[in-house]
Write a protein that binds this ligand. Structure first.
Ligand code: PHE
Length: 342
């Protein structure tokens, strides 16, 4: 047995000195020490010829030898991926891996498209916080605490301070700009908004809006209509119908909603138009004098209009997408379809 132990010592030294440079050298080591016909296995085979009283001691020697041999192998395992000797085989004349170009998210594409249309009319972009206080999201907009219209926009409140909430619309940005008091105002407010809604093909707990605000002297409802007609024509092209319906919002008076004929089913009826053939795309109206006053603007001198639309809705109509959940699922099969769209 002593002879074998001596032999093991020699192997241990060999293992300690082992410094492979290539995957091949490592493989040879593996075959020699750890393979099915390797030394570790063979030495374990010697166990049967060792006298019983020495078996325990010999077993310990063998086990530590095995661990050493395996440990050394693992230390160099990275060579197996060819990392160390890659340079030897590298053909520097081969073309490089092309960088795959990402695609823009359809929501971004549509947001940018809408922004560009309004920019042509002289609107500039205004942004504000997504976590808002009650004043900017509701109260300044004529929705005081017990106003039933607050129910129209089920709100996520920030737990540790009941006065804070996730904005339910980007009208809060309009309030902030009005409060700054620089007139005239001609802004659009793109951004993400949040509502506590059950997630479905038509609704999500967050979505994106573009709201607009124009305040100056002598702004009329005709200006509002003209601006919005211009927008939908630029955005959707020719083959659709538009209608204006009277509506109600606490912050505008009079108020209206704009529908366009459903571009997904062509007016036949589908889940997006709730089988009516029409899809509501925006709310709008003349800014309520009380809202102007709340923000420190003289409502006798100034008038204005405001509008707000959901970007998801516009995108669904534009690209004939039937399920709004696709926008937030990050499925590359969906997102890649917008390759090349600007
Ligand atoms: N803020 C309204 C909403 O999110 C939309 C709107 C904006 C309506 C401006 C009228 C005027 O539902």
């Amino acid at each position: 047995m002593e002879q074998i132990v001596q032999q093991i010592e020699a192997y241990k030294q060999e293992i300690a000195a082992f410094q492979p440079k290539t995957a091949e050298e490592l493989e040879q080591y593996r075959i020699k020490f750890l393979g099915t016909k390797g030394l570790v296995k063979a030495l374990f085979g010697e166990m049967k010829s060792v006298p019983n009283e020495q078996k325990k001691e010999f077993g310990q020697v063998l086990n530590s030898f095995k661990l050493l041999a395996e440990g050394r192998y693992e230390e160099f395992e990275h060579l197996k991926n060819g990392a160390a000797d890659a340079s030897a085989h590298q053909d520097l004349t081969l073309p490089g891996e092309p960088h795959r170009l990402g695609t823009r998210h359809p929501i971004s594409i549509v947001r940018n498209k809408a922004i560009r249309i309004f920019e042509r009319l002289g609107f500039t972009i205004a942004e504000g916080p997504e976590i808002e206080n009650d004043w900017h999201n509701f109260t300044a907009l004529n929705l005081d605490e017990n106003h039933p219209a607050r129910d129209m926009q089920d709100t996520f409140y920030v737990h540790n301070n009941p006065d804070w909430l996730l904005r339910t619309h980007t009208s809060s940005v309009q309030v902030r700009v009005m409060e700054e008091g620089k007139l005239p105002i001609r802004i659009i407010c793109p951004g993400r908004v949040y509502r506590n809604e059950t997630i479905s093909a038509r609704a999500h707990c967050f979505f994106h809006q573009i709201e607009g605000l124009y305040i100056a002297e002598n702004v009329s409802f005709a200006d509002l209509k003209q601006t919005l007609y211009y927008f939908v024509q630029e955005f959707f092209g020719e083959n659709f119908k538009v209608r204006f319906r009277p509506s109600f919002f606490p912050f505008t008076e009079p108020s209206a909603e704009m529908d366009i004929s459903c571009l997904i089913c062509g007016g036949e009826g589908c889940n997006v138009c709730k089988h009516t053939g029409w899809v509501e795309i925006l709310g709008c109206g003349m800014v309520h004098p009380q809202v102007l006053e709340n923000c420190g603007i003289d409502s006798k001198k100034y008038t204005g209009f405001a509008f707000g639309m959901g970007i998801e809705r516009l995108t669904m109509l534009k690209y004939q997408i039937k399920d709004l959940r696709l926008f937030s699922e990050n499925d590359l099969r969906f997102l890649k379809q917008f390759q090349g769209a600007v």
